[in-house]
Each structure stands twice: as structure tokens, then as C-alpha cells.
Design a protein around this ligand. Structure first.
Ligand code: CDP
Length: 786
């Protein structure tokens, strides 16, 4: 029970993360920590070719190896109708190959053995005959009429084109361009990158042959949705499937899809009657599981000579890989990319998007991004900077001139989003002040006169998170709503069960703080449970910064529901009518007599011991939240770089990040989220890229080739904060988990281009390796200094 002076640590408190107690003592439970009696191990044979017909598979030698229990092929899976599975975008994906391989690393066969070493040895004994076909490694080649068709399995699919999608108003946009004083254009490529969580994907599938009960321990960001998909795909009764996602070592979108390994391990456990464990190694994770980005984009902006933006036209070609598996709301073919108008009051816009199959791994996951918003934010912010220079304006001034004004909210964008609230001028002015923008520009002039390359890059972003309202947002038909269930025990301690699944975001702490704010029970007295479909309410999971806007809202609402009942009990204890009871910070008191008090703990005890006649005993509730709108966090980032003209090496001198995610539940956790996101944004800008050679071999299959920033390279971040609450969210919070990765790559690239603009460099595609920067300097005729 709180003492008179003890403050309830609800919203705005820097409560230390409750989950860290077990993590820092090495007591977390990850998938590979799970060992069951009689458990077998599975290893997967993967294709060395990107595109090849399979003419034969000989498994006899592998079968004969002592310790091998089963060798599973596509043919065996087909006998059980499990050779193909649905993707999150409603396409189909091969579980194990039956006809031809379509990307390097694709799953060809699996071995189940008594131990992992035997399983891996047996893979080498499987003989596969491949007949190579021309691999398609760019979406441009994929779209050519004479390109070999990758999806020969799909009836009526006679090209590699997957979809064409449009948003906005074409006629009005054409008119705006026809009437424009100026048009600025930019072609840019946002490269394929990978979420690369520290823990790779894996599962332990345990199907009890006697009861038919399937318990699947899985690294899943969306356990409930996965259970439903499993029920539909495998035809298992849903109540007999229990998905348990224990501690997860980072997800970042990588752990949303269903991967073939999960399906094969589950089928194997079903057929063999023993538990089966499958854990990817690092290379398997990088070459075969959900990539992100891979968008080739063209943007054009129409402007008046005075810098007023009058229209935006965007077209893009998406490299979707061999199976269209984007994790996104089904109504939107390129996720929420149409937020591409960003923070600007653009009267009209038109976006067209096409997707193509290529011989690469499927993915398109929401990698620390709300469904393709990162690509959109990058394009608009690169375009705006180039537009400013073309017009001879300062990039900050051009932005400030065109930002949506504070009093224009709620604001309907040219592509149909209703932005809930914002103060873009406030965030940018704070960033400019923190970085001393005016002084920096003077310094830059002096540095330029000395032949030094100093750049200042800005990026203002508007994120769109919290999918979403049931009218427009579903995945495979499942509406994107989430639940929370709250039970107050007789002693006033509580258990909160949530539908979302933390992977490092600290939900066990922040969600307890939401209840603390609403009920006045301290966060340490509230246990937060998640990741077990038998014991938590239904919901679509954690990705795209949707936990706080959706399940966080459900948590506030269920706490209010419980509080209403507690108030009735308090009135009974205080012997007054309910209308005479007031609540504040865990205490019910009588209006006008503040010393007559019943605590929430007293009310909880009475709910089981001394409740009014006719009242249902107990104190608990459940709430499913269907958000009325998305939330729109925003911010401005400013980066200062120095570029060495002789080597192309660029160093970040300053990085200022001002974020607005509405009301912050736990400022310390929010800052951690922003630091992580900025680090990932820096990595993409500077070094991360999954690429392929002309034969479709994946270059970037390990951490020597796929570079992630470490503490050594990562710059220091200076954070700032503005607070513009979401008007429709019960606690005024907007999601934040993805914002920094969405907003920051453009700021880094803009800074380098700003440094090189006077030399004639107009664009360099990410990642900005020193070699690429040096080449761009040379192509522009070298710097004065060299
Ligand atoms: O869906 P995900 O948890 O990745 O993203 P989020 O909802 O943006 O939340 C990330 C973390 O920041 C969670 O622990 C949130 O509770 C916390 N957060 C916060 O403390 N205040 C906010 N306004 C937004 C998020």
C-alpha cells in the first residue's frame, strides 16, 4: 500500500525496467534454452542456386545415417498438403521445394535427428540434382518481356509483375505539375537491408500424440495471429494449438512472418510424435528470412519560385523476392508508403507502385518501420533538400515555409491520412536551436573557403503508427485490434495480460505504469504477462510501433473499467452513494470530506470479502481496443558531418534528434528506443546492405560482409523532446519504437550530400560507404583540396 508521501510511478516516471533483473543475471528464457524430454533436432538443406529446376532428390544415404530419424522433402510435405503455405500478403510460398528453387538459400529438405550435429552431417548426404535457370537479380530485368517467369507454379502468372497500386489524385497532380514554376526530381534506391536480431529465428514444436495438443515455442512477434494461421494451414483445431513466445532477443519485424522451418518442425513433431527443435544459424537468418526495404523510387516535386510546394509525384518499383510476403495491412499494397507527403502541406500528390518477383528471399517486413514508411520518409526528405538547393533556399527555411501548421490538425493529407496532431515548427525550431544551426552555416562557409567538406543535414519526419482501425486494417482478414486483461488480487496486487509481445521494448515495465497511472497501484505490484496464447487475450502483436497505440490503449481502458467497479465497492465501504466518491492516485474519498479514504487495495480486498449485496464478486476485466485512428509521431533530426575528400570517409560530428511521441509513459525507455532507432538508421545510411552477384548469390550472408554498426562507429546522440498528445488516445501517447529508424537515414545522407553539393554531387545511394563517397567526389571532378 502506498504511504502518504510515496508517489505513484505512473506516466512520465523513469522506472527501471522490471525485465532487466532476469536479463542481466542471464536468467532470460530464449527458444534455445528450451529443452523437452525426447526432443529431436532439425536442420534444413538449402539451395546453392538462385533459380534451378530440381530433377531429383536422393535421401537414402542421409536416412541411413545412425541417429537420423527422418528426412523430410517437399514430396512428403505435399502428401500432407503442406508443401506450400500462405504469406502475410496473401501470396503462396514453398515450404519445401517440389518443382524448382527460386532463391539461394531456399528450403529444399530437412533432417530430423537425435542431435543437431547428426542432423547437419546428414544434410551433406542428401543428393539433389539441379538444372540452373537464368537468375533474375533486379526488378528491372524481372519486368522485361523476355525474362524467365519465376512463379511458374501460379496459374495465370505469365510475367514477374505482382501488383500495380495507386494512391492520390493523378489529374490534380498532373495539373499542379503543368502549372509549376519549377520541378525537382530525384531517383533513389533504398537498398535491401536486414533486421538482423541478435537471436535468430527458431522454434520447439511439441505435439502430444495422445492428446493432439500442439505446444509451439516460437520466436514470434505475433503469437496469436500465428496460432490462427497454423490452425488454418494445418487444419488443427485452434484450441489445441498453444503458441508460446518466451523472451525474444530482438525482432525488428524479422519475427512476424511464418517461416518454412516452423511448419516443417511442427509437421515433423506431428508425424514422429516427439518434440522437434529448429534454430537458424546466422547465415540462414540473413539469407532466407524477411528482408526489408528494396525500393527503387522516383520522386518529383512541383514548386512555385517562392518555395511553395504545390504537388508531389512518386513512382516506385519494389523488389519483392520470389514470394510476395510483405507484412502489411492487406488493403495497402506497399504498406503505408503513401505517407510520402510527410510533414508538408502538399495540396495534391499521386503515387504509383509496382512489385516484381526476383530470385531473392521473400520479406518486405516492417523492419523498425510502420510498413514502408521508412522508404517514404527517406524519399521526401532527400527530395526536399535537393529542392531547396535548386531554388537557392536554405533547407530549413523551405521546410518551415511548407510544414502543416499547428492549427491545421486534424489534417487530411493528399493521399488520405488524417494526421491526428502535430507541431512540426516546434520540433524543427528546437532541433535548429540545439545544434546552433545559424552558427554552423557560418562555420561551414569558412570551412568551404578552406576547401574542407562540412555538411549539415536535416530530416523532418511524420510517422504513422498504431495500425489500426478495423475498417481499413487487417492482415489476412484478421482485424488489427488488441486486447488487455486485468485482474486485481485480494491483496491489491495485479496481473495484466496483454496481446502484444515484447522483444526488448520493456512492455513489462511501461504497461504496468499505465495501470499504475489509472489505478494507483505501484508498477512493481503489477505483473505483466504476454506471449502465451493460452493465457493472454487475442491481438495482432508487436511491430510497426503499434503496441502502445493499440494494446496500451486497451490497458488504460480496462484499468478504467476496473476502477469503475472499485468505485462502487469504495462507495459501499464509505457508506455513501457512488456519485459522492472521488478518485485520485489510488485513493477513493468522499467529496467534501477528503479524510474519509478507501484505497484501491482496500477496495480490492473487499471485492472478495465484503462486497455489496447483488454485486458480482471479484475485481477484473478485459478490453479489446479498436483504435479510431492511427497516431502520428514526428520529429526533426539534424546531423553535422565532416567528409575527408581524399578517402571519402565521413564522420558524424553532431547528431541532434528531437522527437514527439505525445505523452511519454517512461521517458528512459523512450530514449532507449530512440537511441536504438538512430543507431539502426545510421547503420543503413553508412554500411548495411544485402546485395547479390549476377548469379543471385547473396553477398551479405554473415556479419563480416553484412556490416552492423557497433559502439565504435556509432555517433553520440543528443536528444530533445516536444509533447503533442494524440487527441484520441486514452493517455495521449503515440507509438515511438520505429520513429528514429524511419527519420534518421535521410538526415545522415542529407548531411553528406550537403557537404558535397558545391562539388556537383546530387545524390549517392545508401549505404554511403567511403568508397562510394570517394567515387562520387572523383566523378564530380574531385575536391579543391585534392
Ligand atoms: O510496438 P512497440 O512496442 O515496438 O512500439 P511502441 O508502442 O512505440 O513502444 C515502444 C516502447 O516505448 C514500449 O515499451 C512503450 O510502452 C514505450 N513508449 C512510451 O513509454 N511512451 C510512448 N509515448 C510511446 C512508447
Amino acid at each position: 500500500m502506498p504511504t502518504e508521501t510515496e508517489e505513484i510511478r505512473g506516466l512520465g516516471h523513469r522506472v527501471k525496467r522490471k525485465e532487466d533483473d532476469r536479463f542481466i543475471r542471464g536468467k532470460g528464457t530464449y527458444i534455445d534454452d528450451i529443452t523437452l524430454p525426447g526432443m529431436l533436432h532439425m536442420a534444413i538443406l538449402r539451395s546453392p542456386y538462385a533459380h534451378a529446376t530440381i530433377t531429383g532428390i536422393d535421401t537414402s544415404k542421409a536416412q541411413a545415417l545412425p541417429g537420423v530419424v527422418a528426412v523430410v522433402t517437399g514430396e512428403l510435405m505435399a502428401q500432407h498438403n503442406l508443401a506450400w503455405m500462405p504469406t502475410l500478403s496473401g501470396d503462396t510460398q514453398a515450404v519445401l521445394v517440389t518443382d524448382k528453387v527460386r532463391f539461394q538459400g531456399q528450403e529444399v529438405a530437412a533432417v530430423i535427428a537425435e542431435d543437431l550435429y547428426t542432423a547437419k552431417d546428414a544434410l551433406e548426404l542428401i543428393g539433389v540434382e539441379y538444372e540452373p535457370i537464368e537468375p533474375i537479380v533486379t526488378p528491372q530485368r524481372a519486368m522485361e518481356p523476355n525474362a524467365p517467369v519465376i512463379r511458374t507454379d501460379k496459374e495465370g502468372q505469365d510475367s514477374n509483375h505482382i501488383y500495380h497500386w495507386e494512391s492520390g489524385d493523378k489529374d490534380a497532380t498532373d495539373k499542379a505539375f503543368a502549372e509549376a514554376d519549377r520541378v525537382v526530381a530525384l531517383d533513389t534506391f533504398y537498398p535491401r537491408s536486414h533486421p538482423a536480431p541478435v537471436e535468430t529465428c527458431g522454434c520447439v514444436a511439441d505435439i502430444n500424440p495422445a492428446t493432439g495438443q500442439a505446444t509451439i515455442y516460437m520466436t514470434s512477434q505475433a503469437p496469436h495471429a500465428i496460432r490462427t494461421v497454423f490452425a488454418l494451414v494445418a487444419g488443427l483445431p485452434e484450441e489445441k494449438i498453444r503458441i508460446v513466445s518466451p523472451d525474444i532477443g530482438g525482432g525488428f519485424g524479422n519475427k512476424v512472418p511464418v517461416y518454412p522451418g516452423y511448419v516443417v518442425a511442427t509437421a515433423a513433431s506431428l508425424l514422429i510424435g516427439r518434440p522437434v527443435k529448429w534454430i537458424e544459424d546466422r547465415t540462414e537468418n540473413l539469407i532466407s528470412t524477411g528482408f526489408a526495404r528494396d525500393f527503387h523510387m522516383h520522386g518529383e516535386m512541383a514548386l512555385k519560385d517562392d518555395g511553395t510546394m504545390t504537388g508531389l509525384r512518386v513512382s516506385l518499383l519494389a523488389d519483392e523476392g520470389a514470394f510476395h510476403a510483405d507484412a502489411q495491412p492487406s488493403k495497402f499494397k506497399v504498406g503505408l508508403f503513401h505517407i510520402v507527403t510527410g510533414s508538408y502541406d502538399l495540396p495534391t500528390a499521386h503515387v504509383t507502385a509496382d512489385g516484381a518477383y526476383t530470385n531473392k528471399a521473400p520479406g518486405g517486413v516492417a523492419y523498425r518501420c510502420s510498413f514502408r514508411v521508412t522508404e517514404a520518409s527517406y524519399l521526401i526528405e532527400r527530395l526536399v533538400q535537393n529542392a531547396a538547393y535548386e531554388l537557392g533556399m536554405d533547407p530549413a527555411d523551405l521546410r518551415l515555409k511548407n510544414f502543416i501548421e499547428k492549427d491545421q490538425f486534424p489534417y487530411t493529407s493528399a493521399t488520405g491520412f488524417v494526421y491526428d496532431s502535430g507541431d512540426y515548427h516546434g520540433a524543427m525550431n528546437m532541433a535548429l536551436e540545439k545544434v546552433s544551426y545559424q552558427e554552423l552555416r557560418k562555420e561551414q562557409e569558412e570551412a568551404r573557403a578552406r576547401g574542407e567538406l562540412v555538411g549539415i543535414g536535416l530530416a523532418s519526419f511524420t510517422e504513422v503508427v498504431g495500425a489500426g482501425p478495423h475498417k481499413d486494417y487487417d492482415i489476412l482478414g484478421l482485424k488489427m485490434n488488441d486486447g488487455a486483461e486485468l485482474r486485481i488480487h485480494p491483496t491489491g496486487k495485479a496481473i495484466l495480460k496483454i496481446s502484444v509481445q515484447t522483444q526488448g521494448q520493456g512492455h513489462e515495465t511501461t504497461f504496468a505504469q499505465i495501470v499504475a497511472e489509472e489505478l494507483g497501484i505501484q508498477p512493481e505490484d503489477i505483473k505483466v504477462m504476454h506471449g502465451d496464447t493460452d493465457n493472454t487475450p487475442y491481438g495482432l502483436g508487436t511491430y510497426a510501433s503499434r503496441s502502445t497505440p493499440v494494446s496500451g490503449a486497451a490497458t488504460a481502458m480496462v484499468a478504467r473499467r476496473v476502477r469503475e467497479k472499485a468505485a462502487k465497492i469504495a462507495a459501499h465501504l464509505l457508506e455513501v452513494s457512488e456519485e459522492d466518491v472521488e478518485f485520485s492516485k489510488g485513493k477513493f474519498s468522499v467529496k467534501g470530506a477528503p479524510d474519509k479514504v478507501v484505497t484501491i487495495q482496500d477496495a480490492a480486498f473487499a471485492a472478495y470479502t465484503n462486497f455489496p449485496d447483488g454485486m458480482e464478486p471479484g475485481l477484473e476485466g478485459v478490453y479489446y481496443y479498436d483504435p479510431p485512428n492511427l497516431t502520428f509521431p514526428f520529429g526533426t533530426y539534424a546531423v553535422v558531418v565532416e567528409v575527408d575528400p581524399d578517402t571519402g570517409v565521413w564522420k558524424v560530428r553532431r547528431m541532434v534528434a528531437v522527437d514527439d511521441c505525445g505523452v511519454r509513459i517512461n521517458p528512459m525507455i523512450v530514449e532507449g528506443q530512440i537511441h536504438g532507432g538512430l543507431c539502426e538508421g545510421f547503420g543503413i545510411a553508412a554500411m548495411e546492405q544485402i546485395t547479390f552477384d549476377e548469379n543471385g548469390n547473396c553477398i551479405g550472408a554473415n556479419f563480416t560482409d553484412y556490416l552492423l554498426p557497433t559502439a565504435w562507429e556509432t555517433p553520440r546522440f543528443e536528444l530533445g523532446e516536444t509533447v503533442t498528445p494524440s487527441p484520441h488516445h486514452p493517455i495521449g501517447a503515440k507509438g515511438v519504437g520505429e520513429s528514429a529508424t524511419v527519420g534518421s537515414p535521410a538526415a545522415f545522407v542529407n548531411a553528406v550530400i550537403d557537404a558535397l553539393w558545391p562539388l556537383g554531387v546530387r545524390n549517392i545511394d545508401m549505404p554511403l560507404t567511403s568508397a562510394k563517397v570517394w567515387e562520387a567526389i572523383q566523378a564530380a571532378g574531385g575536391s579543391k583540396k585534392t
